[in-house]
Design a protein. Structure first.
Length: 271
């Protein structure tokens, strides 16, 4: 299995950096090929710039600039290199500390710059339907989020003050991975790392190794497909989860693996 690990570790001595290295070594021990992109150490610039598309100024929609640059061969070489790494990957692993309920800017900027129109989105099938939410450009790939947060696990439960961890990760699992066709696996969320009862780094490493045991055969989160479960206005069909409006309605409920409280995902105990 070809794996691309993209890390937003804020420093070389951070917990995130350690867990990204653990993920890489675990995959290699299993016989998989793994490439680790340490974005901060690479000096990755998070903001889209005109130079990404070989122009001096952005005068129109960014997507149009990206498509034109791809056709003309003027996409920035750094962006092209990362796109090729993603193109070859069977599995994409995103490793980051949860900052302000989301990804650090460097990782969000990696998505902004690498997932360009015509490469990651903006495609249509033979019938003219948009290829997204299950039938995207990266259909056949798998994705895994590995994230850490300081507050205790209970604060990320369905009634926790921080919001349910599954909801906080929905924009990534559903809005980035599933949108582009990548099948998201149940995430590994290591919570409570700033808590006095955190088991420590050895426990965290063990949980990463455990989670990475069967990534090539694990069932992905059963998100609904756009062309199967939504109407022409892209609203969930009335027969699905009637009377509800929570984010979990976008999962097929009979197959929904309860990540919170399920030991294999690591979301049920402090990280």
């Amino acid at each position: 299995m070809q794996t691309l690990i993209v890390s937003a570790a804020p420093s070389a001595g951070s917990l995130t950096a350690d867990l990204a290295a653990t993920a890489e070594s675990t995959l290699r021990e299993q016989g998989h090929d793994a490439v680790l992109l340490d974005l901060p150490r690479l000096g990755w610039h998070p903001a889209v710039r005109p130079s990404d598309y070989g122009v001096e100024t952005l005068t129109g929609p960014v997507g149009t600039h990206a498509s034109d640059a791809a056709a003309a061969g003027t996409l920035h070489p750094e962006v092209v290199r990362h796109q090729e790494l993603l193109r070859r990957a069977d599995l994409l692993v995103l490793v980051f500390p949860l900052w302000w309920a989301g990804m650090p800017a460097v990782l969000k900027g990696w998505v902004d710059r690498v997932f360009t129109e015509g490469f990651a989105y903006g495609l249509r099938d033979a019938a003219g339907n948009p290829r997204k939410y299950g039938d995207g450009a990266f259909a056949g790939k798998r994705g895994l989020v590995l994230t850490t947060a300081g507050d205790r696990a209970e604060a990320f439960s369905p009634r926790g003050v921080n919001g349910h961890i599954e909801d906080l990760l929905f924009p990534i699992n559903h809005g980035i991975l599933w949108y582009t066709g990548i099948e998201p696996l149940a995430p590994l969320t290591l919570l409570g790392v700033d808590s006095p009862v955190w088991p420590g780094i050895d426990d965290a490493r063990a949980r990463v190794r455990k989670r990475f045991e069967n990534l090539d055969t694990d069932e992905p989160l059963p998100y609904r497909r756009l062309l199967d479960d939504y109407d022409a206005r892209r609203r969930l069909l009335d027969e699905h989860s009637p009377g509800r409006s929570d984010l979990a309605i976008h999962l097929r409920p009979a197959e929904h693996p309860a990540t919170t409280g399920a030991a294999p995902t690591g979301t049920s105990s402090p990280r």
